[in-house]
Design a protein around this ligand. Structure first.
Ligand SMILES: NC(=O)c1ccc[n+]([C@@H]2O[C@H](COP(=O)([O-])OP(=O)(O)OC[C@H]3O[C@@H](n4cnc5c(N)ncnc54)[C@H](OP(=O)(O)O)[C@@H]3O)[C@@H](O)[C@H]2O)c1
Length: 301
């Protein structure tokens, strides 16, 4: 690994959250900066909600190149951006701000990109998968919103199933309306919602099953969560965005059933790549060394 390097001309970026102590982004970006020998730094920025706008303007005038934005600021980041990428506009959420030299703040949402990039790096042909059947997303929170938008872009039909049914129905309607507003002449996406106690029966024709809830997460509401996948076709791809543990009981059981699986850590790593490229000017790879480094950090927490 190259030396850590920082001079008076260092390229600067950070992650704005409240709290921000849990974020792995500083560890990841500084690891990549050192590996590439880039003169730069990426710092955690704890900012209360009522100080968000002041903080962003302060970073901009201090020469920062931009920032990641995490809970609870993703909607405020959407509002402060002068320009927003189409997929972030549809998702209604921004997690990456780039401060351009002309003063424009550009906003994008990279979670969905990270999710799809991770499937692809696990050897899954996402376009072919979309032609085989719908994606069934368990959950209807912030992560489901970003992932669904990227899956729609890849041509999937998306079905939501959430414990709180109304939230899944509202999300399907909102994304449908946002997509039609943005692409009035294009094909309308196909979005729907089914009851939480019905999704296991629906698996027969599903191509991709994604857990976007916190079920299965260490320290979460149900760490042992292992739903039955008995009605799944043998071609079903099962993915889980929970990354602590890296192999959730749900993924382990799916793998033992002979299904293709994909874990959550890669999404976290891939979603950081577009920001790194924009702020620090280099392409990064989510390679074995990166995964090993971040896995070691996670296991020491
Ligand atoms: N790998 C990554 O890069 C990545 C990125 C983002 C998030 N994540 C992980 O994804 C998970 C969700 O994040 P989020 O930001 O979408 O959170 P969120 O907006 O708070 O949504 C949480 C979702 O989990 C569901 N849920 C929570 N407890 C449940 C339970 N006991 N039974 C059934 N459903 C339950 C909620 O259902 P209700 O609507 O019924 O409450 C909701 O759909 C977290 O574990 C987070 O760590 C991973």
């Amino acid at each position: 690994m190259s030396e850590f390097r920082i001079t008076g001309r260092a390229k600067l970026a950070g992650v704005i959250g409240h709290p921000v102590t849990h974020s792995l982004s500083p560890v990841l970006h500084n690891y990549w900066l050192a590996r590439h020998g880039i003169d730069g730094a990426y710092v955690p920025l704890s900012v209360a909600p009522d100080a968000f706008v002041t903080a962003v303007k302060g970073l901009q005038v201090s020469g920062f190149r931009g920032a990641n934005v995490t809970i609870p600021h993703k909607e405020a980041a959407f509002a402060i951006a002068d320009e927003v990428d189409p997929m972030a506009r549809i998702a209604g959420s921004v997690n990456t701000l780039v401060f351009r030299e002309d003063g424009v703040i550009h906003g994008s949402s990279t979670d969905g990109f990270g999710y799809v990039a991770n499937l692809e790096s696990d050897g899954i042909d996402v376009a072919a998968l979309a032609s085989r059947g719908p994606a069934l997303l368990l959950g209807a929170g912030g992560a489901a919103r970003s992932i669904a938008t990227s899956l729609l872009e890849k041509g999937f039909q998306v079905v939501f199933s959430n414990r709180t049914a109304g939230r899944a129905e509202r999300l399907a309607m909102e994304l449908d309306a946002a997509w039609r507003r943005y692409f009035p002449k294009g094909d309308a996406p196909r979005l729907s919602a089914i009851a939480w106690d019905m999704w296991e029966e629906r698996l027969g024709d599903v191509a991709l099953l994604v857990n976007t809830t916190s079920l299965g997460m260490q320290g979460g509401p149900a760490p042992d969560w292992t739903p039955k996948l008995g009605t799944a076709s043998s071609h079903l791809v099962v993915s889980d965005i929970v990354y602590v543990p890296q192999e959730t009981p749900f993924l382990k059981a799916a793998g033992e059933q002979g299904l293709t699986t994909s874990g959550g850590l890669g999404m976290l790593l891939h979603q950081a790549r577009p920001g790194f490229r924009a702020w620090f000017g280099a392409e990064t790879e989510v390679d074995e060394a990166t995964v090993a480094y971040i896995s070691a950090v996670l296991s020491n927490r």
